[in-house]
Design a protein around this ligand. Sequence first.
Ligand code: ZN
Length: 227
Amino acid sequence: MAEGDLVLMGPPGSGKGTQSRRMVDELGFVQLATGDLFRAHLSQGTELGKLAQTYMSKGQYVPDDITVKMVRERLADIPRKTRIAFDGFPRTVAQAQALDRLLKECGRSLAAVLLLDVPRDELLKRLGTRATCSRCQTVYSLAVRPPKVPGVCDHCGGPVSATARSDESPEVVKKRLEVYETETRPVIEYYEKRGVLQRVSGVGTMDEIGARLTMLLDRRKAARAAK
Ligand SMILES: [Zn+2]
């Protein structure tokens, strides 16, 4: 597989979380998810956590410099040979530029940015019928991607039940997708210009999508070796 770290991007409902967990379990990646970083800093009551909290409690985005500081700290703990799958970061062009600098600082490099592509109609269908494993948090879509055995998690055998989230009415779901698109378009363009963006179809079973991602990484490695 190609050397270097990965950024995983994809809209809500694309299965990005599942694929990123798979990279950790099967391919030995370390997942660096900014959502996890925020939670860890908040629960440990760090200075950065307190600072982030002042924005989050007002429903505002945590400013880039705080997020970047958290990522920098976390990066220092990860051995250079361990590959990283970034999830939920970068979210802005400023963060993407900061990531380039950070990786360089630690002698790391970006192998690819993988964008899971899922048609909007399918996303709407998936998001409307979500179900979650209460043990490992794998997300399923009962309409599109149900567990192989009804109610039982493919991943860990835990119980899977419908996610009754009040924030997932069709209007709210549509709005979330719009926000995602507006927010990430500049980041996608940034990586497209740099020639590191790879679009991967996010339609099919988790195994099929996982196989596509692995194949793509192998192809990139071959292309690099031929240079
Ligand atoms: Zn599970």
